[in-house]
Design a protein around this ligand. Structure first.
Ligand SMILES: Nc1ncnc2c1ncn2[C@@H]1O[C@H](COP(=O)(O)OP(=O)(O)OP(=O)(O)O)[C@@H](O)[C@H]1O
Ligand code: SF4
Ligand SMILES: [Mg+2]
Length: 363
């Protein structure tokens, strides 16, 4: 009996299902000269209750990748043209409006960089929250007001309900607290935080980050935390995924990626990153430019900037593959049979890299 229970436990650990699983996601944006291929994300997994830091230079596709879960994009010209986005095992690519509505604002909450663009200036700040609570949780107006009061108090804004306070009357930090309460209104399992502290000054940044970390623990939230500031990741993120030119080029446990980066791009990115407490908040530039997304290169997208590029890199695109011996850690990695293209290569919580010549130092 005990034997059987142990076997079942082992299976449960091995079979830990990701909350979110992206495979070979292709997203294009229509432009004046036709469709431009923007995202080609081979693989990205997020497990229940874990914090995934998403990093990469501007335009690398962090926002579009995260927003593919709710399929709300900054432009109406964006189209998912292939691949798979599974949330709690359900396929969201090609899902109908009803299914997507159940995910948006409910199972998945979103916080953006600049709260002033997301809060409607003509409504008092408690109104959208009360409305969201009524819609997502089916509460009466009185119950929604009480819940709004409780939520706002939890994010550090007690006594705000019914006071008729408009967004412009609040500070940037207070507005971001309102946005956090709004993102939590549907009691989500996943929170997408897209550079939630970038628009704030340094002291307020630290307060908001602390609040997010507390809420993540209290509610066992899975979080996709998008940031340019690599120094924010070590205390907060369980795993890190590095994006370059619309794809994940390296991912793994935070300590492994930050201390033993394998991809030349990650190595350069970290070398260029501001040190903790240096005051600099954005990544310094890495020499060269990412490829024009209109003409995706046949080989590795980093080849033109890579100090290690070889002949093979220009003709063949590297797939995300486990680093080191024994394959990915975490038990969930499957490199075996019967998996869709891309599946298994980076699945699980292990360290994976898309490079023919990983490791070493890039400089
Ligand atoms: N509104 C838009 N209209 C047209 N193209 C867009 C738009 N938003 C994004 N793109 C294209 O998609 C690519 C990826 O954009 P995305 O916003 O996901 O990058 P990001 O990594 O979040 O960058 P940032 O760090 O600046 O927020 C961009 O390089 C751009 O080519
Ligand atoms: S595959 Fe080649 S070009 Fe691409 S990052 Fe690795 S070494 Fe550089
Ligand atoms: Mg972005």
């Amino acid at each position: 009996m005990a034997e059987k229970a142990r076997a079942a436990d082992a299976y449960a650990v091995g079979a830990r299902e990701p909350l979110l699983s992206i495979r070979d996601l292709a997203l294009d944006i229509a432009g004046p000269d036709g469709m431009r291929p923007i995202l080609r994300v081979q693989a990205l997994d997020l497990y229940p209750g874990e914090v995934l830091g998403l990093v990469g230079e501007t335009g690398s596709g962090k926002t579009l990748t995260a927003m593919a879960v709710v399929q709300l994009f900054p432009t109406p010209h964006a189209r998912i043209t292939g691949g798979s986005v599974r949330f709690r095992g359900r396929e969201l690519v090609g899902a109908g409006p009803r299914e997507l509505a159940a995910v948006r604002g409910r199972r998945v909450g979103v916080i953006f960089q600049d709260p002033s663009t997301s809060l409607n200036p003509v409504f008092p700040v408690d109104e959208p929250l009360i409305r969201a609570l009524r819609i997502h949780r089916g509460l009466s107006r009185a119950a929604a007001r009480a819940e709004a009061e409780r939520l706002l108090e939890r994010v550090g804004l007690p006594g705000l309900v019914g006071k008729g306070r408009y967004p412009h009357e609040l500070s940037g930090g207070q507005r971001q607290r309102v946005m956090i309460a709004l993102a939590l209104a549907g009691d989500p399992e996943l929170l997408i935080a897209d550079e939630p502290t970038t628009a704030l000054d340094v002291t307020v940044q630290a307060q908001i980050l602390r609040l997010l970390a507390e809420l993540q623990r209290e509610r066992r939230l899975a979080v996709i935390f998008i940031t340019h500031n690599v120094s924010l990741l070590s205390g907060f993120a369980d795993r890190v995924a590095v994006m370059y030119a619309g794809d994940v080029v390296e991912c793994g446990p935070t300590a492994a990626v930050l201390q033993r980066p394998q991809h030349p791009y990650t190595q350069l990115l970290l070398a260029a990153a501001p040190r903790l407490g240096s005051g600099a908040r954005r990544l310094a530039a890495i020499e060269g430019l990412p490829p024009s997304l209109r003409e995706r290169p046949r080989g590795c997208a980093f080849a033109d900037r890579c100090p290690r590029a070889a002949e093979r890199c220009r003709v063949e695109a590297p797939r995300l593959a486990p680093v080191g011996e024994g394959g990915p850690a975490g038990g969930g990695a499957a490199t075996g049979d019967g998996l869709a293209a891309g599946e298994g290569l980076a699945a699980g919580a292990g360290h994976a890299v898309a490079c023919f010549f990983p490791g070493g130092e890039a400089q």
